[in-house]
Design a protein around this ligand. Structure first.
Ligand code: BG6
Ligand code: GLC
Length: 991
């Protein structure tokens, strides 16, 4: 509402401004002046009641002085507008546009080759060739040429502007480069020259090389460019130019003449023609960004840059997740603030003087870029001129001379103003300048003109300081720092020409942002050198991207791949269920003799063991009508025992049980015990289970083929322990399904994604060929971890998977599990990282001895690295722990590797689960199945995206199944106790 009414007001102003301009032509300077006075007084009467007692000169000077409190308010407004500009919701309303630049990296010194830069400036086009040697960018070689822009191009047709720029590039190449200059890349006889385009106007950038012009400014208004991609326009103009030159060359050779193609470099000898170039525009860069990069080299990161020139602007490195208008969430991205537009919503109206108003009205874009018009050197001379016109009209200045010359727009240039203020020691020079303009000033006039110039310049400097302090405080706040120490690159006529600029900029910004310490870094080479760096970095990153994609491509699965996995799983399930094929199926589909999920009638006190996950637990579970209560203790199983003898393992387990019963004062009674044993067992009954094979790093001897329940009973005998009676053994999937089934009767699937992975579900007895009987259902422990052990998934295994598999104690076994579960993901990531180091994509190819250590990259790192919105700094901390010295780029690449590996795991798991739910749906002849999966496992529980990715893929692959996931809160021991309760009741009933 507010902004709309101000906009309307400024439009009215614009109309009356045009009116005035029309009338002014026929009015004398003095009459004109009285209008200024009226406006001035009208504008200020309410604010400055003492205006009648001050002289016109004092009034004018005072209007340029802005109190510190007002600058504080302005800083606050600027910060608000910056936040608005970054937010996806409100960026359209923001005046400070905060445009993403897609520049997230600074040079790392490995860049090399030739890079062309073309820079569009006021009245000029600058061309530059930078040669980098990959030596830390210490001493780039630079050649440049400046071309003056012909009259009228700035306001002419867009195509003419871009054609002219292309011609400049063409001519520069022809004159500057000899055939022995190496291109970045040679393609046949062509030299590839990447080009960075410095285009100092507001653009909506969607990629480094895609930028739509939003508005012209600074006197440019070429037609047909606004709304277009300027990178494409320049590329098209360059292509046109090449074509034209080639045609010319052909015609010349046909007629026997000599054609000096602009796209051929200088001939190094008479007999060989110069090389042909292929110029590709690879990056569009705002001049502020180029300056920041120029000032960034030689080991000092510069994260803010100000261009205080014809126009004014600033860029800085923002936390990428705050730049909602770009999709990048990690690291930082350079944001081009376009602060020149600040105040266009009226926030600067009270400090905008009538002189500023006149300058605005006479500009090519009235009402726009109000901040820039108070501080840009394109306007400062004009502000002084209008002030002098007004003062002349008030007879406060130039009373003895005809000041009509001041009516001419642009007559007083920035150069004049600089010369006037830079002459402290007397007014002779001031007089000379005014006289050259055709004025005959008195001594007093000269002094006053100098005062006005100083006031206008001083104001420009303090307004820059206010903008800078908004940026600095914003950076400090969003980086959650107490103190921000930062280098600020600066360039532009105001900075180089006005000696007090630096002092005012630093002191005023320090007053406004005392928590920030800025050091100014003057840009020695303008923005061109930085633009070459950006171009070089862009190329390095593009090449790196291709190489990274190549490494990761085999791990990225298509929907087709996943459907195939789902179909194969289904096939293997059928083969596992069928008596004849069971022995050769990779998914064993083991019957569990669990036929019901809990019904709530279970009761009693039970012991439970939970062996095979991250922790070995002993528990006591009390099941009553009111519910379940438990107590448990975690015991350690040393690796030596996991891989020792079976006797040692079960003796150790017994020791733990006895210790637990003593601590819990349960020695006096014999308690029924349910055993969660998370390994594949052929069950012959609830309390008879032959171990088929060890998995997950266990290998205790003398157990495979034996009845695990009996091994535990034997150990009890050895220890003479009578306080327990083993009544049931269940897999952890089954324990989980039972535990969750107690709370949700729809829970008919158990899923584990932890150290290992597996699933169980309720299958129709009629389909279970390996057990007698057709009635009812039985829970089937799928042992899907072994899916693919018969070779059916070989097409999916990457080089990394093979290396990881070969380094395990059970190579060739549990192949599906090795793609998914926590025991292996860190290792897969480590293998990929090693290859990336080898290919010099990571850590700049520096060797990392620590990375050679098996299991150094823990799966929990995957969870930490992928945490949403996590600052890359934290990733670096993890990596430092691994003695890996990672840059921000390295960190985000590592994150991408982790994401790829965990995404594949989640998708494969979903494909497996899709086969299960679809089979259940078909079994039951339903159009739509509604079912709950009880889930457990550290990977599923701790990883920030695994469960989301799993559920999303499952929905996609099995749209007819409505699947809910219920997290098992207290582990599978509770489920084992419930199974024991049923078994115990049945056993007692039989007795
Ligand atoms: C636990 C269960 O919560 O999760 C175990 O109680 C199961 O039975 C385990 O094996 C699986 O997860 P992880 O990550 O410990 O292997
Ligand atoms: C392994 C075991 C399996 C268990 C799974 C999850 O795959 O073979 O029995 O369920 O890990 O712990």
């Amino acid at each position: 509402m507010d902004s709309r009414s101000t906009r309307r007001r400024s439009q009215d102003d614009r109309l009356s401004g045009a009116d005035r301009a029309g009338q002014r032509r026929s009015l004398g300077a003095e009459e004109q002046g009285s209008r200024y006075v009226d406006r001035f007084l009208g504008n200020n009467l309410t604010q400055r009641r003492d205006s009648s007692t001050t002289t016109p000169i004092q009034r004018a000077l005072r209007s340029f002085g802005i109190p510190l409190e007002r600058l504080h308010v302005m800083k606050g407004h600027m910060m608000q507008d910056m936040c608005k500009g970054l937010s996806l919701q409100s960026h359209a309303q923001a005046k400070v546009r905060m445009l993403p630049t897609y520049i997230c990296s600074t040079p790392n010194g490995t860049e090399k080759g030739n890079f062309l830069v073309v820079e569009l400036c006021q009245n000029q086009v600058r061309t530059l060739l930078v040669t980098l040697y990959g030596d830390g960018n210490m001493s780039p070689q630079m050649m440049y040429k400046i071309f003056d822009m012909p009259e009228g191009i700035m306001q002419g047709e867009g195509e003419a502007l871009f054609d002219f720029i292309a011609q400049c590039v063409s001519q520069f190449l022809a004159e500057t480069i000899s055939s022995d200059t190496n291109g970045s890349d040679t393609n046949g006889s062509e030299l590839y020259l990447p080009l960075g385009f410095v285009f100092p106007f507001s653009c909506r950038q969607t990629q480094l090389d895609k930028a739509e012009l939003l508005f012209w400014s600074k006197g440019f208004s070429c037609s047909g460019v606004v709304g277009k991609d300027v990178v494409q326009l320049l590329q098209a103009a360059i292509d046109r130019q090449i074509k034209q030159n080639k045609q010319g060359e052909e015609e010349a050779s046909e007629t026997g003449g000599v054609w000096l193609s602009s796209w051929r470099g200088r001939k190094s000898s008479q007999s060989t023609p110069g090389p042909l170039y292929r110029v590709e525009v690879v990056a569009l860069i705002n001049d502020t960004v180029g300056t920041m990069m120029t000032c960034s080299i030689e080991g000092r990161a510069c994260e803010v840059a100000i261009v205080a020139d014809k126009g004014s602007n600033c860029c800085f490195m923002a936390e990428a997740y705050l730049v909602e208008t770009a999709k990048e969430t990690s690291g930082r991205m350079c944001v081009n603030t376009e602060w020149g537009w600040f105040g266009d919503d009226g926030t600067l109206n009270d400090i905008f003087t009538p002189y500023d108003e006149f300058v605005d009205q006479e500009s090519s874009n009235p009402g726009e870029k109000r901040f820039e018009k108070m501080v840009g050197t394109l306007y400062l001379g004009e502000i002084v001129r209008h002030t002098l016109i007004a003062l002349t009209a008030e007879k406060a200045i130039f009373t003895g001379t005809n000041a009509a010359v001041l009516k001419e727009k642009g007559v007083l240039t920035m150069q004049h103003v600089l010369e006037i203020i830079n002459n402290e020691d007397g007014i002779t020079e001031v007089r000379r300048i005014l006289e050259v303009l055709g004025l005959q000033p008195s001594e007093r006039d000269c002094g006053r003109v100098q005062q006005i110039c100083r006031a206008v310049m001083g104001r420009a400097a303090s307004l820059h300081a206010t903008g800078l302090s908004a940026i600095l405080s914003y950076m400090c706040q969003t980086r959650e720092l107490e103190t921000l120490i930062v280098s600020v690159g600066v360039e532009g006529e105001l900075f180089t020409g006005y000696p007090r600029f630096e002092e005012i900029l630093l002191s005023v910004s320090r007053l406004l942002s005392p928590e920030c310490m800025a050091t100014l870094v003057p840009s020695r080479d303008g923005s061109g050198r930085g633009a070459a760096m950006v171009t070089a970095v862009a190329l390095r990153l593009a090449a790196q991207r291709r190489a990274v994609d190549q490494v990761l491509a085999p791990l990225r699965l298509s929907r087709d791949d996943l459907e195939k996995v789902q179909a194969l799983m289904r096939e293997e399930m059928e083969r596992g269920l069928c008596k004849e094929t069971n022995a050769t199926a990779s998914v064993r589909m083991l019957p569990t003799y669990v036929s019901h999920t809990p019904d709530g009638t279970e009761q009693g006190d039970f012991l439970a063991l939970d062996l095979g996950g991250t922790n070995f637990r002993v528990l006591v579970v009390r099941v009553t009508e009111e519910g379940i209560s438990m107590a448990s203790e975690i015991y350690v199983i040393p690796a030596a025992i996991m891989q020792g003898t079976g006797e040692e393992l079960f003796d150790h387990i017994m020791d733990c049980i006895i210790d637990f019963q003593m601590k819990q004062k349960l020695m006096a009674q014999t308690l029924p015990l349910g055993f969660t044993f998370s390994f594949p067992c052929q069950q012959l009954g609830l309390d008879k289970a032959l171990l088929l094979t060890w998995t997950k790093g266990f290998s205790a001897s003398g157990c495979v083929g034996e009845d695990i329940v009996q091994l535990l009973r034997d150990a009890a005998k050895r220890k003479r322990h009578l306080g327990m009676q083993v009544v049931a053994l269940v897999n952890d999937t089954v324990g989980t399904m039972m535990a969750c089934g107690y709370d949700d009767p729809r829970c008919e699937i158990g899923l584990i994604v932890g150290t290992g992975t597996n699933a169980c579900y309720m299958e129709e007895m009629r389909n279970v060929g390996t057990v007698e009987g057709d009635e009812g259902r039985m829970c089937i422990n799928m042992e899907w971890g072994a899916f693919g052990d018969n070779g059916c998934l070989d097409h999916l295994f990457t080089h990394f998977d093979k290396v990881v598999d070969e380094s395990t104690i059970n190579p060739g076994k549990q192949r599906f599990e090795k793609l998914i579960s926590g025991m292996y993901l860190g290792e897969i990531v480590r293998q990929i990282l090693m290859v990336m180091v080898q290919k010099e994509l990571l850590f700049q190819g520096k060797p990392c001895p620590k990375l050679q250590t098996k299991d150094i990259f823990k799966t929990k790192f995957l969870s930490t690295i992928e945490l949403n919105g996590l600052a890359l700094g934290q990733i670096r901390a993890i990596l430092n722990e691994l003695e890996l010295d990672a840059t921000f780029e390295d960190s985000s690449l590592m994150r991408e590797v982790c994401q790829t590996v965990s995404m594949r795991a989640a998708q494969l798991c979903a494909a497996g689960l899709a086969a299960v739910v679809e089979k259940m749906r078909e079994n039951r002849g339903l159009d739509q199945l509604s079912v709950t999966v009880g889930v457990d496992g550290t990977l599923y529980k701790l990883h920030p995206c695994f469960s989301r990715n799993l559920q999303k893929t499952l929905k996609d692959l099995a749209p007819k199944c409505d699947v809910s996931f219920l997290l098992s809160e207290d582990g599978s021991g509770k489920g084992a106790a419930l199974v024991a309760a049923v078994a115990y009741r049945a056993a007692n009933a039989m007795e």
